[in-house]
Design a protein around this ligand. Structure first.
Ligand code: NAP
Length: 285
């Protein structure tokens, strides 16, 4: 099966390329080889590759940058997705769109399920939701996967949250982290496994796919530093320490409601997956 992956240099795209089962042949593109805002280039690549499946990971992912650059956020996250959808329309191509649990908004105390309506707050999450809606209206055979706070990757990955926190701890005996924001740390390798389980089972529609269990940023960072063995203390900061440009929901946590219902979940507890990732990364840098 031929698979076109966008955003293949990113955390998720690069892991898909590395971990895809051998019957999935990956054709990976990123901004230097296929800028998704260039509709003619997108149409040409889809025509040339003639994929059976598109996994669309490319996006403008910096949430605060998106808030200050709504034109760019819209062009990449919405128009870029529509360019791909148009190129796939009328062809026998399954379309996988990677979305975010951040689109649910801030109106609920507990974990959001697929039964809850998205009410995105930030420009970034609004563009992710608009792109989801474009997927619904352009193609029939699709998967929309709403994911949590991704971790994993290696030295080549620009956005390695775990490494950044450990490096910070090595330089500072005391770190402050946000106890007011919660979500689901999600190991990228577990997500990729789950994605292929969904594909192998011919699933369609919307799925939350997150690491099992909820954490505040503070609990997450505290666990990272504990597992790393670095001698630094993590304390809960005050709200004024974490003021952001984007109105990011304090509750981005979700549950794998549909995966559980369909008995398809291979997602593990985030703490277990984090321990495995930190152990695997030891000595790599
Ligand atoms: N990471 C998370 O915690 C998280 C959470 C929820 C949802 N998601 C979603 O999951 C998907 C994958 O995330 P990720 O963490 O792998 O993101 P990532 O590491 O930022 O990768 C995205 C890739 O897309 C590329 N890109 C940006 N603009 C492009 C364009 N116009 N044409 C082609 N490629 C372009 C980026 O290049 P540059 O780096 O040069 O911009 C980057 O290589 C995204 O759709 C994201 O919204 C991620």
């Amino acid at each position: 099966m031929k698979v076109l992956v966008t955003g293949v240099y990113g955390l998720l795209g690069s892991t898909i390329k590395l971990e895809a089962p051998s019957n999935f042949e990956i054709f990976g593109y990123d901004i230097d080889t296929l800028d998704i805002t260039d509709s003619a280039a997108v149409a040409k690549v889809v025509e040339e590759i003639s994929p059976d499946l598109v996994i669309h990971c490319a996006a403008l992912t910096n949430v605060d940058y998106c808030e200050e650059h709504p034109d760019q956020a819209f062009r990449i996250n919405v128009t870029g997705t529509i360019n791909l959808l148009k190129a796939c329309m009328g062809r026998n191509i399954k379309f996988v769109y990677i979305s975010s649990t951040g689109i649910y908004g801030d109106y609920f105390e507990k974990e959001y399920s697929e039964l809850d309506n998205p009410e995105p707050l930030s420009i970034h999450h609004k563009t992710k939701f608009l792109a989801e809606r474009a997927v619904h209206s352009h193609v029939n055979n699709f998967l929309i996967v709403r994911i949590g706070w991704l971790f994993g990757g290696n030295e080549q990955i620009k956005k390695n949250f775990i490494k950044a926190r450990i490096d910070e701890a090595k330089k500072n005996p005391l770190l402050y982290s946000d106890p007011g924001q919660k979500g689901n740390p999600t190991y990228v390798c577990d997500l990729v496994k789950q994605l292929f389980v969904l594909l192998e089972n011919n699933c369609i529609g919307v799925y939350n796919v997150v690491g099992e269990g909820t954490a505040t940023r503070y609990e997450y960072v505290k666990e990272i530093i504990r597992l790393s063995g670095v001698n630094s203390r993590v304390e809960a900061g005050t709200p004024e320490m974490f003021v952001r440009k984007a109105p990011v929901s304090w509750n981005e946590s979700a549950k794998n409601f549909r995966l559980e219902l369909e008995n398809l979940s291979v997602m593990r507890s985030w703490k277990l997956a984090l321990a495995e990732f930190i152990e695997k990364s030891r000595g790599v840098d």
